[in-house]
Design a protein around this ligand. Sequence first.
Ligand SMILES: Cc1cc2nc3c(=O)[nH]c(=O)nc-3n(C[C@H](O)[C@H](O)[C@H](O)COP(=O)(O)OP(=O)(O)OC[C@H]3O[C@@H](n4cnc5c(N)ncnc54)[C@H](O)[C@@H]3O)c2cc1C
Length: 379
Amino acid sequence: MADRHGADVVVLGGGPIGLATAWRAAQRGLDVLVLDAGAPAAWQVAAGMLAPATEAEYGEEALLELGLRSAASFESFAAELTETAGQDAGFRRSGTLVVARDRDDAEALDRLFEFRTSLGLEVTRLRPTPARRLEPALAPTVRLALEFPHDHSIDPRRMVCALEVAVRRSGGEIRHGANVVRLDAQDERVTGVQLETGERISAAQVLVAGGAWTSTLAGLPDEVRVPVRPVKGQVLRLRDPAGPGLVQRSIRTLDAYLVPRADGGYVLGATMEDQGFDLTPTAGGVFELLRDLSEVLPGLFEMQIEEVLCGLRPATPDNRPAVGPGALDGLVWSTGHFRNGILLTPVSAELGAAVLAGESLPEWARDCAPERFTTKAAA
Ligand SMILES: Cc1cc2nc3c(=O)[nH]c(=O)nc-3n(C[C@H](O)[C@H](O)[C@H](O)COP(=O)(O)OP(=O)(O)OC[C@H]3O[C@@H](n4cnc5c(N)ncnc54)[C@H](O)[C@@H]3O)c2cc1C
């Protein structure tokens, strides 16, 4: 098929990362075309917790710093998005409560509490009565709780809808049903992309933001690739027939979580499974989620099941995203956001757009540089 004139920047992937980066790049005056395949995307399934403090892990300090930066900018990002798009981006100032079901959980929460306070994170340790004062629907058997007042949430489906409008209003173009199967490159430089239909689209730069599907792209030699693998997560989308208000905060146990939306909808998640590209929900997965959360929130049993879904988290070997210039001229990565891609949307968009505009990664973002995975240096 004949070449189609492309754009300054082709963005491969119309998920939160691709769209938000396209929005920021269009705001910088770049001519941006987003291509989206309509592949099963993580954002359609994600709970939308913005929870860097709750999820802080030993040995992941660089990721924590990135998450805290993004969380700090999230409210203004969502407000700007809501205003640009003229529709609600779905942000909720909710906070998060992590609860212990039994003595073992309580001991684990105490260790988490110490670790988080040692990092200077804001967290309050609550005995059962004050915890139930905050969230009266909690079971009387709850042993202990940790409150994270700054770990809020957003509805990723609303956010992505708003991002699509914002990209278009800022001058960008989006094509749905555009499955990129190959990156075209010549003389160490990316020249564009090829679609499943055979159509070729030329571009001065290509931003790869294909989530877990990034690894299926043809046309890149191994030494310039960022390794991304899918990590399956099962969730249930629930609705309380009594309307919103059973809980105000995101409620978590050590194994599961329930995230409330403003309209009486809830997301109960999530399993963590290395099963390749399998997207089949299982009885065991659903059972575990319902069992874990219902022990601390018996009101869960009254809820209606609207959807049972699986999504694929895009994971790199070190769990940090790869955002920045690739090892070919014109190639830019923003992928591998694993379980934090919604949280990391604002910060990844700023970084990706800056790189597309010719700037270097700032020092604080060097731990995300894709070149840590490639045997060929960044171009
Ligand atoms: C169960 C579950 C729960 C989660 N909960 C949270 C959470 O609470 N908080 C949080 O921060 N993160 C969460 N995540 C992680 C988050 O969803 C991801 O990190 C994030 O969606 C990654 O964004 P992305 O745009 O890179 O990829 P995706 O959201 O997967 O989007 C990728 C897009 O690229 C398109 N695409 C792929 N390949 C091609 C191609 N070849 N050509 C054209 N288009 C293509 C797809 O159609 C898709 O639209 C969760 C994930 C899962 C699975």
